[in-house]
Design a protein around this ligand. Structure first.
Ligand SMILES: Nc1ncnc2c1ncn2[C@@H]1O[C@H](COP(=O)(O)OP(=O)(O)OP(=O)(O)O)[C@@H](O)[C@H]1O
Ligand SMILES: [Mg+2]
Length: 224
């Protein structure tokens, strides 16, 4: 089960001159939707990348489902990552992007098709399955990114400012849709944002980065 625990996690860059993440302790329970809120540059993306195994911390431990994952490579952490910038494969259609994960995992064709269709319907883009990313708007690409993460079957979803490129109306709708999806699918999610309204409206947990460059846990708990 994808409970996530960070213990004293620290990451510096540039020979120690930049402290991106400073002794962060964080506990996200199974099934929880935690919002990490903090200003630009305070280490939010770095924190997610550490959980995903894309960045190695200088100090501290990451536990997923109670298991220390220091030596577990990103592809074996079973995490769906929706990136801050669109990270779709440009030469693949929407359908090919979304089925990429199941295909790599050698899922049976029928199962793969069912899950991909469901994920695309959830984000309202099944009709655009044959389009290439360059034919879509920014918001649509972000929704394909979300469908791709959902279709890969991961139980832990890391969302790095997934709504920032969307216009206000879609952002508002998707904010609630995301929460509902995570609940319905029994996932655990960590959602990074610097938008206070986004964090407050969704709040189950809140992490504030108290100073730019130093991501520390200022508060974790429910405000709702
Ligand atoms: N690969 C890297 N090399 C050097 N410095 C880095 C690297 N990645 C991040 N940093 C630095 O670490 C700090 C935190 O960066 P990070 O991307 O985690 O911030 P963020 O909170 O996600 O910001 P934003 O809200 O703008 O996305 C910044 O000072 C950034 O310049
Ligand atoms: Mg970031």
């Amino acid at each position: 089960m994808p409970e996530v625990r960070l213990v004293n996690v620290t990451k510096t860059f540039d020979g120690g001159r930049i402290v991106a993440v400073d002794h962060v302790n964080l506990h996200v329970k199974d099934g929880e939707y935690l919002t990490l809120l903090g200003p630009s540059g305070c280490g939010k993306t770095t924190t997610l990348r550490i959980i995903a195994g894309l960045v190695e911390p200088d100090e501290g431990q990451v536990y997923i489902g109670g298991r220390l994952v220091t030596d577990v490579p990103p592809e074996d952490r079973d995490i769906g990552f929706v990136f801050q910038t669109f990270a779709l494969f440009p030469h693949m259609t929407v359908w090919e992007n979304v089925t990429y994960g199941p295909r790599v995992k050698n899922w049976p064709e029928s199962e793969m098709r069912r899950v991909a269709k469901e994920a695309l319907e959830m984000v309202g883009l099944y009709e655009r399955a044959d389009a290439y990313p360059r034919e879509l708007s920014g918001g649509m690409m972000q929704r394909v990114g979300l469908a791709r993460a959902l279709a890969a079957g991961a139980k832990l979803l890391l969302l790095d400012e997934p709504l920032s490129a969307l216009d206000a109306k879609i952002r508002f709708e998707l904010r609630y849709e995301l929460r509902r999806l995570v609940k319905d699918l029994g996932l655990t999610a960590i959602h990074v944002t610097h938008d206070q309204a986004e964090a407050m409206s969704s709040l189950i947990g809140l992490l504030s980065c108290v100073r730019v460059g130093f991501c520390r846990l200022a508060h974790q708990g429910s405000f709702t």
